[in-house]
Design a protein around this ligand. Structure first.
Ligand code: ZN
Length: 54
């Protein structure tokens, strides 16, 4: 199943979800940190392995 990258606009947390295509189509994504629904998908066409240590 594909992995989708999201950014929460409420708390700025980036997270990834493994969703089936049908789950993704429903678009019901909430931030795992603050439960906000103000999340936007980050378009990642490639399997970008970015290890961010901030
Ligand atoms: Zn959040």
């Amino acid at each position: 199943m594909p992995t989708y990258e999201y950014l929460c606009e409420a708390c700025k947390k980036e997270f990834s979800l493994i969703q089936s295509f049908s789950e993704h189509e429903k678009g019901k994504v909430t931030c795992p940190k603050c439960k906000s629904k103000k999340v936007k998908q980050l378009i990642s066409l490639f399997t970008a392995k970015t290890s961010r240590k901030s």
